[in-house]
Design a binder for this molecule. Structure first.
Ligand code: TRP
Length: 455
């Protein structure tokens, strides 16, 4: 690849990465995972994961991408010729397609909810009816496949026309509006009767809730929400220029992303308790709660339309970033045309996405480890592949890469005085890799096994 474009402004860098990070992971997945895992304690561990694993791994991805201006595979080949670490790009490609598949199903639900809002059907029902509405959508094979296909079609169109920069620009304009809308919804939720209970659920940790599945869930959620471990941010960083401050950008991205997730929680949980719903509802949580919120707001009809449109844009900037991993790899490593790479990427996602959509209805009986195709894709990619990718990238930057290159990258060739350099390098080298391995061992029951041997 001869000439690669570069982001012209710092705003471009942060906005694009935030565009990738902020999406359904924050607004749909975070509240449901926090709800399933008991609230406060999950959120606390989630925040620890963002600080100790998330920020260091974002920086590791940035360092590899910006120091080489190449995709993961060529970057690692260049930095450490002959090293097997480059196989991390295959984890990235496989997991990115898996995530794109189930993510498109959920984004499809957003489209249906947008449609229902527009025709005025999201108003004037009971909680029970909203619950039935969601079940009838996911229970209908043709409706869920149709919306998934439409969402992937929109992705295809954007990537194919090469207008993703334009979409990102529109999205950058819309994201601050989404942010304001979320703030407003927060105020509304805090004023609901019983709101207090929701806030306590989120911010008063109950440490008896801590379990292996909760910790691995919090780690997976942190990686998912920050778009980490799949070399997605690495690919974006390969377009950064030499002036981009890596540590500062990574910190801003992590803070903004976490802030949006917490806002989503403050919108959902007071409402959950106010409407007498269950926080443990799982993937359907926000889809059952949001319509209840909108209908008690003055002007709810318009708020709901605006919200689902903005969420659609937030989702599409995230899925564009997933596709970019696959497309950049195919065009740069196999000299495939961009059009062909896009076609293949979307075609695979369409087949797998259809399976995910059908796993709520016609294929719901097909399960492995008690999980449907949708759940399995989500679990394997988010909780296993992303942290595994993050582990490999952190070890590579901490132990394999030339230290001088790493330091030069963090300080922009000595121009910046990065006071947090030592703790960051320490986290990349020790804390992140060790924590990821320990969490994996914990979840497979290794420590229980050892304690039965010892006692
Ligand atoms: N972070 C995005 C969200 O929260 C999802 C996402 C986009 C992602 N690109 C990714 C997750 C790459 C993992 C890897 O919605």
């Amino acid at each position: 690849m001869s000439e690669r474009a570069q982001f012209a402004t710092k705003m471009g860098v942060i906005a694009t990465s935030v565009g990738s990070a902020v999406g359904l992971g924050n607004i749909w997945r975070f509240p449901y995972e926090a709800g399933v895992h008991g609230g406060g304690a999950f959120i606390l561990i989630y925040i620890l994961c963002v600080l100790l694993l998330g920020i260091p791994v974002i920086i590791a991805e940035f360092v590899i991408g910006r120091s080489t201006h190449k995709n993961a595979n060529s970057a690692i080949k260049l930095l450490a010729p002959g090293s097997k670490f480059r196989y991390v790009s295959y984890i990235g490609i496989i997991a990115s397609v898996m995530i794109l598949s189930f993510y498109s199903v959920v984004a499809g639900w957003i489209l249906e909810y947008l449609f229902q809002s527009i025709i005025g059907n999201l108003n004037g029902h009971t909680s029970q009816e909203y619950s039935e509405m969601f079940n009838s959508l996911t229970g209908s094979p043709w409706r869920s496949v149709l919306w998934t296909t439409l969402f992937l079609g929109a992705n295809f169109f954007i990537l194919r026309k090469g207008v993703q920069k334009g979409i990102e620009r529109i999205s950058n304009l819309l994201m601050p509006i989404l942010f304001l809308l979320l703030l407003l919804f927060c105020v509304n939720s805090l004023l609901l009767p019983n709101a207090q209970k929701g806030i306590e659920f989120m911010f008063r940790p109950d440490f008896t809730q801590i379990s292996p599945s909760m910790i691995v869930g919090a780690m997976g959620q942190a990686f998912f929400s920050l778009s980490l471990g799949l070399t997605c941010l690495l690919t974006y960083a390969s377009y950064f220029n030499d002036k981009t401050p890596l540590v500062k950008s990574a910190t801003i991205i992590a803070i903004l992303d976490t802030f949006v997730a917490i806002l989503a929680g403050i919108i959902i949980f007071p409402a959950v308790f106010s409407f007498g719903a269950e926080p443990t509802a799982g993937p359907k949580l926000v889809f059952e709660i949001l319509p209840n919120i909108f209908q008690q707001m003055p002007g709810g009809y318009l708020w709901s339309i605006a919200f689902f449109i903005l969420l659609f844009f937030a989702s599409i900037t995230s899925t564009i970033s997933m596709s970019e991993i696959f497309i950049t790899f195919c065009t740069e490593e196999y000299r495939m045309s961009r059009k062909k790479a896009t076609r293949i990427n979307i075609a695979i996602a369409l087949v797998l996405g259809t399976l995910c959509a059908l796993s709520f209805n016609s294929l719901s009986h097909i399960t492995l480890f008690d999980k449907t195709v949708f759940d399995l894709f989500d679990y394997i990619s988010s909780n296993i592949m992303l942290p595994a990718g993050g582990f490999i990238l952190a070890v590579f930057v901490g132990w394999v890469m030339n230290k001088n290159i790493v330091k030069k990258q963090l300080t922009n060739n000595g121009e910046l005085n990065v006071r947090t350099m030592r703790p960051i390098l320490f986290c990349i080298k020790y804390v992140a890799p060790i924590a990821i391995v320990v969490i994996f061992l914990y979840v497979i029951g290794f420590f229980d096994y050892v304690s039965t041997l010892l006692f």
